[in-house]
Ligand binder design. Structure first.
Ligand code: ZN
Length: 419
């Protein structure tokens, strides 16, 4: 699937340090260095039915910031993102609105691309829709079944009498692979049970060996899309799609698995479980997650109807650079609330920064600018501290420093904000 246009990232003098990011699987800051000058990152993409709200934008801006630091450190980035373009929430939305699910997905993916380009997000190298890779996913599920890590469950409502849903056996995987429950999420059993039920799991499904066993393959049902395969007609489960897309694009082991913090469990735990079961290797070095964005007191979500859409803000004349600055004013790991006041502050800040860099150049500016660049590299490379970076730029702007033009390039390259 094509992604979107790549923004120009201005080169900067010297090299930044290799960034350190918080790893949820160890609870520590980890240097995200990759191997031999290359870093692989997989960030879970959207389910295209409610794009692009500020919660999505916040997640992708966080990992865009990480990508910019890697580029500044001289590393080559292999960035992969999926699109969950066949899944229950999308199908339910399509059915509720009377729109064909493919049309709904295509329109929302297009909106997402346009928003990402407007926000100057560096696109993924591989942008892969699940519907493009159903066959390799079915093959992977077949291998898990052959290895005794997947099992069928009676499925009376399957379209075909011989059709069965297929589940992943977490107990067998824990016994026979290097993965075990909690290795990535470090959550207690009660929290896992709560998140599993709330985030697409089916703990009460009859016939499962363990309440937390996740779905690998859903047999064809009447009125649902399905694909023919050697394991029966059906469609992929949610976690295995990301395992297979990441393994195919990045190999058995890569640097960062990223996404919103609501993916810590069960999604990232089981994507890693499936991948380790398929390859025998640890999936990703670092599990990094962005906080949730609230609006009017609740987490932004389609079901609550409190979405703030990037496209709506843009249509009302808000500069995408101001949206970006409003998001970057918060640390990526924090949960925070989108407010009109926060947007107004970002608009004012953007104007202040733009008038500061428009001052005529003068000799002697380089020292100040070099110091600012060094400070931004320092704070951003320590778990992407964008609030500290913004404060440092504010302080520079508040002084009466003339500029040679370097600061505008620095703010563009490291924060993606064009002045
Ligand atoms: Zn995913």
């Amino acid at each position: 699937m094509h992604s979107w246009s790549r923004p120009v990232v201005p080169p900067l003098p010297g090299r930044g340090p290799v960034p350190r990011v918080f790893d949820d699987s160890t609870g520590a800051l980890v240097e995200a260095r990759g191997v031999d000058g290359r870093v692989g990152i997989y960030v879970c993409g959207i389910t295209p039915y409610d794009a692009t709200h500020l919660g999505h934008a916040s997640t992708y801006l966080a990992f865009d910031g990480l990508q910019r630091l890697w580029i500044d450190a001289g590393l080559e980035v292999d960035y992969v993102q999926n699109i969950t373009d066949v899944d229950d929430p999308l199908l339910e939305r399509a059915s509720a609105t009377g729109v064909d699910w493919r049309e709904l997905a295509a329109s929302q993916v297009e909106l997402f691309r346009t928003d990402m380009a407007a926000l100057r997000v560096i696109p993924p190298r591989d942008y892969v829709a699940v519907t493009e890779v159903v066959e390799p996913i079915a093959d992977a599920v077949g291998r898990l079944v052959d290895d005794g890590l997947g099992y069928t469950v009676d499925t009376p409502d399957a379209l075909d009498a011989s059709g069965h849903d297929i589940y992943f056996d977490i107990a067998a995987a824990a016994e026979r692979t290097d993965w075990h429950l909690g290795i990535e999420s470090r959550l207690d059993p009660a929290t896992m049970a709560e998140f599993f039920a709330a985030r697409g799991g089916d703990p009460d499904r009859a016939g499962k060996r363990n309440r937390l066993d996740p779905l690998l393959w859903r047999a064809a049902r009447a009125g649902e899309p399905s694909w023919p395969s050697a394991i029966g007609d059906g469609r992929p489960g949610w976690h295995i799609e990301c395992s297979v897309i990441a393994l195919d694009a990045l190999g058995p082991h890569f640097c960062v698995q990223g996404g919103g913090s609501d993916l810590v469990f069960p999604h990232h735990e089981f994507s890693a479980a499936h991948a380790t079961a398929l390859t025998g290797e640890r999936f990703a070095d670092v599990h990094a997650h962005a906080g949730m964005v609230a609006y009017q007191g609740e987490k932004m979500s389609k079901s609550l109807g409190n979405l703030v859409l990037v496209s709506a803000l843009r249509a009302s004349g808000v500069d995408p650079a101001a949206i970006r600055l409003a998001v970057l004013a918060h640390h990526y790991r924090d949960d925070w609330e989108w407010t009109e006041r926060g947007l107004d502050e970002a608009i004012t800040r953007l104007e202040r920064w733009r008038s500061a860099v428009a001052r005529p150049s003068a000799s002697g500016a380089e020292g100040d600018e070099d110091a600012l660049l060094a400070e931004l590299r320092r704070v951003l490379s320590s778990d992407l501290d964008t609030p500290a970076a913004i404060a440092a730029i504010d302080a520079w702007v508040a002084g009466s420093h003339p500029t040679s033009g370097l600061v505008a390039r620095v703010v563009d390259a490291l924060l993606g904000v064009q002045l």
